[in-house]
Ligand binder design. Sequence first.
Ligand code: KE4
Length: 423
Amino acid sequence: MPSKSEALFQRAANILPGGVNSPVRACKSVGCEPVFIDRAEGSRMWTVDGDELIDFVMSWGPMLLGHADKSVRDAALAAMDKGASFGAPCPAEVELGELIRQIMPSMEMVRMVSSGTEATMSAVRLARGYTGRDKVLKFDGCYHGHSDGFLVNAGSGVATLCIPGTPGVPEAIASLTLLAPYNDLAAVEAQFAAFGADIACVIIEAVAGNVGLIPPAKGFLEGLRALCTKNGALLIFDEVITGFRVALGGAQACFGVTPDLTTLGKIIGGGFPVGCYGGRREIMEHIAPCGPVYQAGTLSGNPVAMAAGIATLKGLMASDYAALEARTKAFAEEMAAILRAKGQAVTLNHMASMFTLFFTATPVTDYETAKTSNSATYGEFYRQMRALGVNLAPSGFECGFTSFAHTDADLRKTLDAARQVKL
Ligand code: KE4
């Protein structure tokens, strides 16, 4: 007799490609079927079969306050009682925008959209419109959503599924995307030497989270800043993951490097579909209806999503980041030690409340070294941990996330589960 999850997955596969609405959820790279979730609260999720899981995916980052946070829930329900969408400006859009600028002052003006992909796609169009240039430089393994130009050597689900090249993306578009290895400033300098006058922007995950976690090498971000300024290109920090996570003010606050534009998503919506891009006023004023660079969205600034985002940011402004980071660090280091005690080669990369365990002895500093991680071992680890009640990222090219809802008991229980794993 199939479980409820198995039966649902069979039905789902008949209507949804791969049975999912986003590829990495299909668990293909970790050799099992996904479980269907009935509900989630705090650090926990419950499957449709009633199994309880301690969650370290946290919806791929958004749930930093924890699932079903009461303040977020109450705000969203109160907004819903006043109507789901107006197609006209509402006060919450202004309040959330002002809150973002208060937390990230480099974002002098912002535009709300409905996903991280929309944010990065729009920021790149703005950079092209503002500079009059066509080329974009991104980094091997970084993932900025699924708009055409970003799928060149991308991370996240593209890397997870080993999708070669960019089927469906015309060569004329893909050729406008330049690449460099993460943390390789010389390679970026070489691209600028070759194409400088035509590079509209450099877009980077200031802490890479889609090849697993890779922090920037000392001086790397500062070097990018200098090269962009020197060559008249815009520096875009894609903070869809890192915004409000690696610090309340994001990676730009952590490293003291100011981008020209920033893109946000995930946490900013508290679980609702929200993205945002913003930056220097004189750049943002090129966006319609101020300026000629067009971007629009039916549900941009949606009142329910804005209310959830405001409640989320206010909750985070009152949260103890240092404490969460210390607990996450200790937890991740203990997890690595447990796996090493089992004879596994493990490289641990962690920062703030995100971490990745790579099954390799090689230090992981870019996409190539991330690929030395043993994906079969990761898959075995994933499957056994899920059977023991722990939900890790179903891909070795993603990050684990803790939240302000994860208790010491959750972390201890997870470490106890790891001690039982046989690799
Ligand atoms: P969305 O369009 O998925 O909201 O955001 C795209 C995006 C942009 N930039 C960064 C740095 C991102 O990490 C993402 C999306 N992240 C992936 C997982 N790392 C989303 C999960 C999924 O694709 O299902």
